[in-house]
Structure formats: C-alpha cells, structure tokens
Design a protein. Sequence first.
Lengths: 367, 328
Amino acid sequence: MSEAKALTSIAGVGGPQQPLLAVKGVSKHFAAGHGLFSRARVVRAVDDVSFSVEKGEVLGIVGESGCGKSTTARLIIGLISSDAGEITFDGEPVGPTLSLREVRRRVQMVFQDSYASLNPRLTVEETIAFGPKVHGLAPAEARARSHELLHKVGLDPAWFADRYPHELSGGQRQRINIARALALAPRLVILDEAVSALDKSIEAQVLNLLLDLKREFDLTYIFISHDLNVVRFISDRVIVMYLGEVVESGPVDTLWADARHPYTRALLAAMPSLDPEQRTQAAPIIGDPPSPIDPPSGCRFHTRCAYAEEICCSRAPRLMSAGNERHSVACFMAESTSGHSRATGASKSNRETEDVTDHHRSVLSLS
Amino acid sequence: MSPIVDIRDLRVRFTGERAVYALNGVDITLDQGEVLGLLGESGSGKSVTLKALLRLLPPRRTQISGSINVSGHDVLSMDSAALEAFRGGVVSMIFQEPMLALDPVYTIGDQIAETIVQHRDASWTNARQRALELLESVRIPSARQRLDAYPHEMSGGMRQRAMIALALSCEPKVLLADEPTTALDATVQIQILLLLRELQRQLGMAMIFVTHDIGVAVEISDRLAVMYAGRIVETGTVREVVKAPVHPYARGLLTSTIRGARRGERLAAIPGAPPRLDQLPSSCSFAPRCTLADAACRQGEIPMVELAPGRKARCVKLSTEVIAQSNM
C-alpha cells in the first residue's frame, strides 16, 4: 500500500449493520489520594459503561460535570487506558487486533478549548499537516492536503495557511481543529463540547459546517455537550450519563417525548424556557450533583430523586429495554418486577410522561 | 419615579498598544425593582458596561465619557472614599467564577461579616449573626456549619450561593450579575436563577443581568437590551424582544437558536463575525453581516428609533411592516 493511499478513508467492514464502535463494560477508576489513616478513595469516573455507535449516526452524550462523558471519550480514543471492558471498532477489538496508532487513524477528537488544543508555535498549515506527515505522507502532499482541508472548513488557505493560532478568533480556531481532525480521513469524530465556547452566531455556523462535513466525508459523530438544545438538533440518538453510569439512552425524539429516568426528566425540565409566559416556576431537583468520589450506593441518583425508595438505596438498577427496542433506562420504576411502589405497567408511566412533555415544567420536588 | 440607574451616552475606550472602542454611546435607564437583561456575544460590551457602573475599569488605560447616575450618585465624579461606600453599599456585583470573587484564605462567614462591619458599622457578633441569616436566605443547607467553611470546601453551586449572600450583605439597591450561572450545571443553574428572581423580588432590588444565553435572559428579565459592538441595538420588554425582534441582528440571534430548528437541517446562521473595535464604528456595525444592508446603512451613525414607549431599535431598515408587527 502506498503512503498516499494509506491516508484515504479506511473502508468499512461488516456492512452497515455492524456498529462502527462498540463499548462494552468499560470502567475507569482514578485514585483520589488518601490520608495517613484514611482509606484510599476512588473516583469512579466511568463504571461499567456499554453502548454502541451505528455507522453514519450522531450519538449525543449528555450529563453534568463529573458524569464521565469526557472520560468516556478519552477512553475511546485511547488517551487514557480503561481498567476493564473492551472497545471494538468496526468489528476489530482495540488493543489485540487494532493498535492505538490505527485507532487514531479512524477516530479523531475536537476539544472545547480551541486555543489550548493547538500548538502555539505551529502555523495553521503545519498543524493540519502534522498528523498526515507522522503517518507517512510526503511533506508536499501533506501541505496540499492541509490547504484542501482549510478550504473545506471555510477558511481561505491563501490567508490562513501561514497564520498562528493567536492571530485567529475562537470560531476560526475551532475550524482549524476540525480540519486537523479530518486530516487523517477518520471515520468517527468525537466532538467534546466542541461548540460550547463559541458565541451563538458562530456556534450556528460551526454546526452547519459539521453537518456539511459529515455528509461529504461520510462521517459518524459522538457529540458530547451540556447544551441540550444543541444535542437535540444534531443527534440521532442520545445517552444520558450520571456519576459514571449510563442511566438512559434512546432516539432523541423518544427521549424528549418519553423520558423514563427521573434524572433525564429533571435535565429536560431544567432547561431555561424561551417563552416569557412560561417561565420555570420550580427547580426540578435540589442541590448539586454529588462527587464521583465514593458515589452513593444503589442507584447513584437516589440522593436527589423524588421517588427514591428502600430498594434504590440498596440495589443498583440495570439498563433495560423501556418498551421501544432502542430505548433503555436504568430505573426500578421502569422494571415491573423490581418491587418499587411506582413500578407498574404502561398506563401510569404514560400519564407521568405526559405531565413532563406538556409543559416540561413538571416539578419533581423533594418535598 | 426617577430611575435608579440612568446611564447616558456612555463611551469607553481602552488605550494602550491596541485601542479598543468598547462602548460607543450606551443609554440605560432602570427603575427600582426592575430586572434588565443585557444580551450579547463576547466583545459586545456587556461586561464593560457593568464594570463602568462600579468604576472597576483600569483608570490609566481607560477613557470614559458620558454620565452614570445611580440613586443620586454621579458615579464618574466620585472620589475613592465615596467609591468604597458605593461599591457593595449601593451597587453590588456577582461574577461567573465565585472562586475568583471570594477570598480563599478567609471563611465564608468572616468574609460576609467583614463586609458588614465595613459598610454598616455593626459589631462583629451582630455581623456574624447577619451572615448566618444571609446564608440561610440563599438556601445553603446547614448554614451554621457553612459559616466556618472555606470557599474550596464548597461545591460550585454552594459557592455561587455564598457569593450572592456576600453581594447582598449590605442591601444594595442595584445588583449587577455578570453571567453568574454560565459555569454551573444545568440542574444547578435553574436553582440559582430562581433564587435570584426570588431575592430580587423580596428585596425590591434593581438588577442588570448580563448573559449570552437567551433562555437565561428570558427566565430572569423584565426588559431586554441586545448589545452589538458596544451599542444597544434593540430594547423592549422580554416579550416584545423575544417574540418579535425587529433589529436584523436580534432577529438573526433568535432564529439561529437551535431550539425549534429541524434536526439535521442547516441553521439560519448569521454570516461573518463581529467587527474588531480598534476603530470607532462610524456607521452601522452590523451592516457587513446584514442581508438588508445598503448604502444608507453605511452613512453615519444610526439613531435609535422609538417604536413604542420603551421599545427601541437602532436600524434604518425598520420598515413600516416591521414596526406594525412589533406593535401586535
């Protein structure tokens, strides 16, 4: 295989039915240090997380700080190694079959801080050409490729190629980061709060760019964000994380219309209203998210959940199908045989969901 | 009733290596007990407006003109002694990052008590008692223990509450809020917004709330002012501005919000980027990005047009239909 050919997009295997990425039972714990007499404390950043990403879809990951969404992204791309579980890329297990170097050809990432993620001493052209050169492309070809990508992300190569990061605006820098991510012709791009630091009018431009590039290069995205409006706009499917665990996942419209986990509903109800006549009247949950150091026992959400019962404190609910085959939830209320007093058939849960969707102001107060 | 805040033709220019025309003629009036949301993108001048109100801009590098009157005080002519009493006593401010606003080496209780002793001539015991009441009023659980907590021992939401307590410790007439919920998690943000709304109503304070988030502005404000390139380009009640924006920038900002957009379809984004402000914009600053712009937009300063009482916009292209629409 010639070097130039090595940088064309890697062909898919296993057909469209095989997930592009499968994450199975992945965990990452960090030591949080300990005192002389106290036991070691552990940050359970990601705990037994499983999900898959279909070819060509946009998978949104939402959750609050400390929920493990960024750690998950770093595990996928191999910036940190997992303690347990396995990651499979288009049928090939990462590690035994697929080397880290090969993973990085297939998976690239764009971070929130557009400035910190660029080398201040490299020009824009050098930044974009760096990866292809490392992977064996001739300097002249790498340069040509970087100009072509600049053009693709809407920046005129004649002006931008020789600029340094500090000469550019935040929106322009994020376009450079996107161009760099595409330089190795990846199949999966992880966008970790990639538009969160941008002004609204620039954010809309970059989202449009991401949609165009996805179509043109046949990409798959994992889109991590705290902004539910953006996630709803760009994602096909969403997973909701809380303190290192997946609590609910499903197609975006299903989650918005029929969220089953009390945490997902609270997140949706906490979104500021855009209608002055329908301002939020009460906060859906009280208090801050607990620390992922020594997380609560049982269901990790039970300390903030209005419906928590004995069983929620002692046992951890498993992620199970919530009717629709692509919609799953980890909550005893959705498990008919769990013994939770609200764990009933469809009629009751339907009624509750309507309350939420009708005005999404439903209050799950702790009182 | 005379307004509690009256800002007229405020102009701020930063000198030095690179001149920046940060504010280019800002007028704001605010009645007692009213909440004004100041909406704009980075560099539009929202934070500079707040800092000018407290005279927090570096005097050697800043040229300020115009007038700022707050509750009978002529802010721009105050000496440093008067300013000390003014800051915290008449006007107080809360910030995005409480870790930078709170002193890391003093407990929360001592910081609040010290402020009260300084401004209100109270005894230390009374001031500590008042600090406890304040922590309770911002709903900090087990407030008595929290008096002796250091800022780093608190979570982000608790620190933000502590900073609000500190800002309210001397019952200011005006509270300035500079993106105080931007760094918070979603479920915590809404709690802080509701708390601020409640305290503002209870205490009858006026508030200027700076944000780039339209949803946040809608939750907290009575009136909105949209800023662009150091000028207010549109102002009115929240309802008027959100439901029927008339300035092309405000319209673009509101339609480019993702909520309501069809999934996977391109957004109606405003093209281009905000201007650099190293020169005084001589005509409409938004014209280079505006689809309606023509020669008239590039000739001289654009005056504010009053569409209805309290409803204004700075655009020469406000057609009669637009104005009729806005009066619906």
